[in-house]
Write a protein that binds this ligand. Structure first.
Ligand SMILES: CC(C)(COP(=O)(O)OP(=O)(O)OC[C@H]1O[C@@H](n2cnc3c(N)ncnc32)[C@H](O)[C@@H]1OP(=O)(O)O)[C@@H](O)C(=O)NCCC(=O)NCCS
Length: 360
């Protein structure tokens, strides 16, 4: 019996949604190289592309925009749950719990684009509501006029943000909407394959995204950089970590065996946004040294910078609280998750692998 631990190298389905080319270092959404579209299209336009397979016409975009604005409000059940959760619950657990409370009758339908928009539109509202509640600030209801990303920042900060800042966050979110058969997308597809509903599939995905080896990495990157900001010999410190078996957060990838194209795009965006800055200088220095150490300590493993390393930096540069990093990543990945759930439902076979019994 051939066992592929972690399903390494196993192809579980065909997909028309996206392709991660780990050898060439390319990420494709519906035929488009993400580097060519991430900074020149809006979140709504790229979401439309991922859901429908084509960029929208003006009329179609109006309709998608309209739906995003229509579904931003929390349902009464979601609001009730949000206000009853303990303060020490992490943002991702809150997101998982509140979204799961969306599983009332209005949401339990066959997976559809309308349902995908409903869920994608409401996520920023859940994140911002909880954030302001914890900060002891008045909750800001969603605006009916702003774009998806503008509205997210508006609900978090209580004022309309500068266009440049919105574009930076939007570019990051556009770069991270879809990423092939990553762990959380697979989790969503497994749940969808049982003919369960979209809310349950997304709840599975959020629970998977939360882990530090997947979407939880950006906060760990900040911890790593904070720790390194206090030491003199960076290289020695990084080497000691790797030698003691620790993973350097923000490096390595299951599929990319070359540079993660998203990390390059985010790094360039960051350099143009921040310019000269002590913290960014540290991040750039740590990246170079970490790559050197990984090459020397783990030869032949092809370990490069992944999206999370600079994602953490970009979110810090636009003053997003670290507790919001993984929820923000999830808010953009909602588009990929929902697209995969619909694709799974279209030609469904229940996902049910085998295990080899080695017990008594
Ligand atoms: C992403 C990740 C989970 C991929 O895991 P994977 O495909 O199972 O790869 P493996 O864990 O088998 O790694 C292969 C080898 O490289 C090492 N390695 C992988 N990532 C490493 C890292 N970030 N730091 C140090 N060593 C690393 C492993 O220890 C292993 O070494 P070994 O051959 O001596 O046992 C892994 O690289 C990781 O944990 N990275 C850090 C977390 C992170 O940044 N996650 C965000 C991903 S977008």
């Amino acid at each position: 019996m051939n066992i592929q631990k972690g399903l390494k190298g196993v192809v579980v389905t065909e997909t028309q949604i996206g392709e991660v080319d780990g050898t060439e270092g390319k990420l494709i959404y519906r035929g488009y190289d993400v580097r060519d579209i991430a900074s020149s299209y809006t979140f709504e336009e790229i979401a439309h592309l991922i859901w429908y397979g084509e960029f929208p016409t003006i009329e179609q975009l109006d309709q998608t925009d309209f739906m995003f604005k229509k579904y931003r409000k929390l349902t009464p059940v979601m609001e009730k749950v949000l206000t009853s959760l303990p303060e020490n619950m992490t943002a991702m657990s809150v997101l998982r719990t509140v979204l799961s409370a969306a599983g009332d009758d209005t949401f339990i339908n066959k997976p559809s684009i309308e349902e995908a928009i409903k869920l994608t539109a409401v996520i920023p509202t859940i994140i911002a509501y909880r954030f302001r509640l914890l900060e002891g600030k008045v909750v800001v209801p969603p605006s009916k006029d702003l774009s998806h990303v503008e509205n997210y920042l508006y609900m978090l900060n209580g004022e309309k943000e500068a266009e440049e800042l919105v574009r930076v966050l939007e570019t990051y979110m556009n770069l991270t909407m879809e990423h092939g058969m990553n762990a959380s997308t697979f989790a969503a597809r497994v749940t969808a394959s049982t003919e369960s509903d979209m809310v349950s599939s997304i709840t599975s995905a959020i629970g998977t995204m939360k882990g530090p080896l997947h979407g939880g990495a950006p906060s760990e990157v900040i911890n790593l950089l904070d720790e390194l900001s206090l030491v003199d010999n960076l290289e020695e410190h990084l080497r000691a970590k790797v030698q003691s078996g620790q993973k350097l957060m923000g490096f390595g990838h299951r599929v990319y065996k070359t540079i993660d194209p998203r990390s390059v795009a985010i790094k360039n965006l960051l350099i143009s946004l921040v310019g000269k800055d002590e913290w960014l200088d540290l991040a750039l220095k740590v990246e170079q040294l970490a790559l050197k150490v990984l090459q020397e300590e783990k030869p032949g493993r092809s370990l490069y910078t992944n999206v999370e390393f600079f994602a953490a930096a970009i979110m810090k540069a636009i003053s997003l609280d670290p507790s919001l990093f993984t929820p923000t990543f999830s808010a953009s990945r909602m588009v990929g998750w929902t697209a995969h759930i619909m694709e799974q439902a279209e030609d469904n076979v229940i996902i049910r692998p085998l295990s080899k019994y080695i017990g008594k």
